[in-house]
Design a protein around this ligand. Sequence first.
Ligand code: GTP
Ligand code: MG
Length: 215
Amino acid sequence: MNDIIVRKASFVTGAVNSKGFSDWDLPEIAFAGRSNVGKSSALRLMVEKRCKVRISSTPGRTREINFFSVELSDGLSLGFVDLPGFGYAKVPLWKRDEWAPLVGKYLEGRKRGRYNLKGVVIFCDLRRGPEEEEINLLEWLDELKIPAIMAFTKSDKLSKSKRKPVLMANRKVLPSFCRDPILFSGKSGDGIDLLWKRLRKMLIDPTVGESKNEG
Ligand SMILES: Nc1nc2c(ncn2[C@@H]2O[C@H](COP(=O)(O)OP(=O)(O)OP(=O)(O)O)[C@@H](O)[C@H]2O)c(=O)[nH]1
Ligand SMILES: [Mg+2]
């Protein structure tokens, strides 16, 4: 049972460059992943629809970095940061002229000074599995010493009997430092309790990206 209740959530700002980043000093978690994978849907589910989160009807819609502040019923305050999706233009992630510099400035800048980036959730379509872009992003985060959680989403699109075997096959492709992925669905709510549990650990202990023995 999830004992985390979101008391309040609000959209703070959307940024197209680093000058527009929120100046808060909240511990924050970023949501990353391919375009159309369901980052914004996951965020909307996580904040229990306490505030408006725009969901794309066309891929590649979220071009800016969106900052949301969240207050939990136990008094903890945090920030959720919805990053623009990558991979839409069918060009390799690292050649994209907008995505990498903007997200790079965010990732590299938010661990300095008063900023407090605790970790990144990388969403990946369960049916598609991790590809070069997801692996590159994981390695980039590892270099920056930013903890990452892999969430395989849209699990509702596979039959129940296929979900676990596909998850296990996808897991094998992941680097050894990120071998504990979550099965997730922004539609059915599958995996939301486990994701909250992991995020809580990240927020409290910045060295935790993964954990064993969670129920
Ligand atoms: N069946 C199913 N559909 C989902 C799920 N998550 C998201 N979707 C749908 O996928 C589409 C894209 O969802 P978004 O949450 O906007 O995706 P995004 O990753 O934020 O996309 P960008 O902002 O373009 O990067 C929408 O039509 C959602 O309704 C899921 O878990 N299951
Ligand atoms: Mg989005």
